[in-house]
Design a protein around this ligand. Sequence first.
Ligand code: PMP
Length: 357
Amino acid sequence: MSAIFSHRAISYSSNLRRLSSNDAIRNGLVGMVGRTPLVRLNKISDETGCEILAKAEMCNGGGSVKDRAAYFLIKDALSQGKIKPGGTIVEGTAGNTGIGLAHMCLAMGFKCVIYMPNNQSQEKIDLLKTLGADVRPVPPKPWDDPDNYNHQAKRFADSIDNAVWTNQFDNRANRLAHIETTGPEIWNETNGKVNAVTFGTGTGGTFAGVGLYMKEKNPDVQMILADPQGSVLYNYFKNGKLERTPGDSITEGIGQGRLTENMKGAPVDDAWPVMDVDLLNMTFRLLDEEGLFVGASTGLNVFSAYQAAKQMGPGHTVVTCLCDTGQRYYAKLFSRDVLQSRGLLDSLSEKYHKYLH
Ligand code: PMP
């Protein structure tokens, strides 16, 4: 194993160089982390007179914004000597981080164990298994219950040799990924012409990392937090109270019940809630107008960017990201029956109904 790994370790270090260079050739899957296209969303840009730009994070090798964090979490464990070649990466995750980690584990020579609440979609469980992960669905429990899936993940990692719980929510290697890659990419690709940046948050890694980098470059860049229904962060940043907004969002991977270590100290200039009806219509608008097939957290991000652009007026540049593709949510988000059962079908513009199955 060590011989195999020493070969891998060489490509691993050259990946680090490639991440910061302009080489056209990417070094394997790990080399496919970052340097995603910055896409102008043409119709909403033309309508608002702003440049509304989005990092196309589905272009990372594992297909989502969480590949950046997955890579940095493993890199952190390696550099701190918490794991050695052939070891086991353990994480509590309901989705994209697990998918990213599973891809990285195959490419970098680790085993992968994923704890997740057992109410998650079968597609995600199947995909993680296909990617070689040992998937352990457990009953959903709140964070302060010792049997919450994250705490179970930690206990398991502690119980076996050469294993690490990567702890995406509170390990700041997550936001470091965005301080070192996403932030600089946005800054360089826009030549520093950015007026506002907006994202929804799950762990908060993307928001905090990009925000900290932007403020370092230019404190005038407005960082706007977009929060889905049922999350506490809008109330926290507006009124100082960790109180949920009403409702339960159709989005996955975003919304929070607490302030994570990754989110602590994040620069938040403004925060607003985004309703499911608005993010849903934006998700389908992106499909209809731009041909972009994205998930609901992307609908939220882009709706928020559109709102920021309208508020700031023509001539501004607003940046967000496209988190992943609609394929991951095909059975739910694009289903007439599911939207009907959640009371969302009637609020989806009639012209988008042709995209439903
Ligand atoms: N969108 C999706 C689909 C996600 O899975 C996540 C991460 N859970 C996010 C957005 C938010 O990313 P972050 O954890 O960096 O806040």
